[in-house]
Design a protein around this ligand. Structure first.
Ligand SMILES: [Zn+2]
Ligand SMILES: [Zn+2]
Length: 169
């Protein structure tokens, strides 16, 4: 998402603008990013705040089925102009910060993706109780039961945990 902020930079500190974003980012794992953005003029630049929802494509970490799920995230960043509005002279900018370019355009696409990637769960599941794949024959245990024995460490641990609960440990 690119926003021309020339007008907002001419306005007094505290002035703000709201935007809706609905974009398809250039990222294989993210289908779309939607949400509301607000830009607020500060004495140094702009505060950018957003509440986003991204649609993520991934594989279930247990059964490897392709899944699509939504993540919600928020962010707040400060963006700094790279040239002075009144004089047109270049201003020093920190390499890590969000920069408004010399045509007064603020490009938020990378930032929207970076924050989305930080929010993606490490082990997404197709459903909370996904049974996963049989470690011996590879059968998807959500769809069918195979002939192998399924005393995985997980279920053993759960049994132990419920036993402890029953006995009041
Ligand atoms: Zn699954
Ligand atoms: Zn099996």
């Amino acid at each position: 998402m690119q926003i021309n902020v020339a007008q907002l930079l001419k306005e007094p500190v505290g002035s703000s603008r709201k935007y809706q974003t609905d974009e398809i980012p250039d990222n294989d794992n993210i289908n779309s990013i939607k949400g509301a953005l607000v830009l607020v003029r500060t004495n140094r630049g702009l505060i950018v705040k957003g509440e986003m929802t991204a649609s993520v494509v991934s594989l279930c970490s247990r059964c490897l089925k392709p899944i699509t799920y939504q993540i919600d995230y928020e962010f707040e960043e400060e963006a700094f102009p790279s040239i002075d509005m009144s004089t047109g002279l270049s201003l020093p900018v920190e390499p890590e910060s969000l920069v408004i370019d010399n045509t007064h355009t603020l490009d938020l696409s990378d930032m929207l993706v970076q924050y989305a990637l930080l929010t993606i769960p490490i082990k997404p599941l197709c459903r909370p109780d996904c049974a996963g794949l049989c470690p011996q024959c590879g059968t998807n245990l959500n769809d069918s039961i195979c002939q192998c024995s399924h005393k995985s460490a997980d279920t053993q641990w759960l049994k132990l945990a419920s036993l402890k609960k029953e006995r009041g440990f």
